[in-house]
Design a protein around this ligand. Structure first.
Ligand code: HEM
Length: 339
């Protein structure tokens, strides 16, 4: 074998082997020291460069078809990555089905009758298993699908650190505890994000994901009746009441960004300025008592490029929450069950 071939093989091996030899390099700032997972996860954008160079193309080709068929799917996949990362880190724990040893996160309060997109993840996974068996983790598929979905709706792209591995456990209680509810105060939201190593900029920028997708009546009903939320603009309020009656209709849906529900843009922030944020958690970014979030809403409403830049940075940060790396976890063959 020629020496060029040998050195290429060495590079390929190094690239395919999650390395923790250089803590401090890589993208480790989202990690949580002391929880048994490396705070310095050696995620790298080149992780599959040799072991599965076509990984992103495969993800994108499945996404293109799935989103053409159902435009909302982009939103649903973006949200899946968020709900994965906030529960024991970005480890695809959300994808595990109930089994003898697993109590699925799919039945938690925030997820039940709400999260979707699992069939699309299955399709991506089976295509990747055909092309590069046992190589691309389900946690990385979620991160790739979140980025791809953002791009396909016209949003920003970013260089995505990869090399996450999949959990062998799920946490129903973690899912109930760590995903912020829609009636959160601004104080609660900041606390939920801080717990994940995310700050006020991350909170406002990532909330901008609500520029696409929908919410069910049950998630904003409490703003409409008994003591209606005074921050709701009047015509918006009356419109919402027709979609979301006081009794029943819990699963009726309303767009989070009604002027452009399938375009990834900053109109979400303009809506908030007009009192037309759908969820309480959207509106309190402006009406709450935290100056920094108020100012960010105004800045993003004015400056789409700033929003895109911050969103991309914060997605990388969120994607770096406590990943499993090295010999921790596994690369599942089927995202719904442990190997
Ligand atoms: C800041 C705290 C957040 C709260 C309280 C919140 C809450 C919610 C709720 C209640 C829904 C509607 C779910 C339903 O009715 O079934 C929703 C939808 C959505 N959320 Fe969030 N969310 C937050 C942050 C985020 C983040 C950080 C992301 C992603 C980066 C995100 C992405 C989405 C997307 C894209 C949808 C629409 C999903 C679809 O149409 O299928 N959210 N969110």
């Amino acid at each position: 074998m020629s020496s060029i071939k040998i050195s290429l093989l060495v590079i390929a091996f190094l690239a395919a082997t999650p390395s923790q030899a250089h803590p401090g390099l890589g993208f480790g700032w989202g990690g949580h020291p002391g929880n048994g997972r490396s705070p310095f996860a050696a995620l790298s954008p080149d992780f599959y460069q040799f072991s599965c160079p076509q990984a992103n193309d495969i993800v994108m080709s499945v996404l293109e078809k799935a989103i053409a068929k159902d435009p909302r799917m982009a939103a649903s996949l973006l949200r899946l990555h968020f709900h994965d990362c906030f529960v024991q880190g970005c480890d695809a724990s959300i994808l595990l089905d109930d089994s003898a040893t697993i109590t699925s996160e799919k039945n938690s309060g925030p997820n039940k009758n709400s999260v979707r997109g699992f069939e699309v993840i299955d399709e991506i996974k089976s295509k990747l298993e055909e092309a590069c068996p046992g190589t691309v983790s389900c946690a990385d598929i979620l991160a790739l699908a979140a980025r791809g979905s953002t791009v396909l709706r016209g949003g920003p792209s970013w260089e995505l650190p990869l090399g996450r591995r999949d959990s062998t456990t799920a946490s129903l209680s973690g899912s109930n505890r760590n995903i912020p509810p829609p009636n959160s105060t601004i104080g609660n939201l900041v606390t939920f994000f801080k717990r994940q190593g995310l700050d006020e900029v991350d909170l406002v920028a990532l909330s901008g994901a609500h520029t696409i997708g929908v919410a069910r009546c049950v998630t904003f009903k409490q703003r409409l009746y008994n003591q209606p939320d005074e921050t709701l603009e009047k015509s918006f309020y009356f419109g919402l009441k027709t979609v979301c009656p006081q009794s029943g209709g819990d699963n009726n849906i309303s767009p989070l960004d009604f002027p452009s529900p399938t375009t990834f843009d900053n109109s979400y922030f303009n809506l908030i300025l007009w009192g037309k944020g759908l969820l309480n958690s959207d509106q309190v970014l402006l009406s709450g008592t935290v100056k920094e979030t108020q100012q960010l809403v105004k800045q993003y409403a004015q400056d789409n490029t700033l929003f895109y830049n911050h969103f991309a940075k914060s997605m990388i940060k969120m994607g770096n929450i406590s990943p499993l790396t090295g010999s921790n976890g596994q690369v599942r063959k089927n995202c719904r069950r442990v190997n």
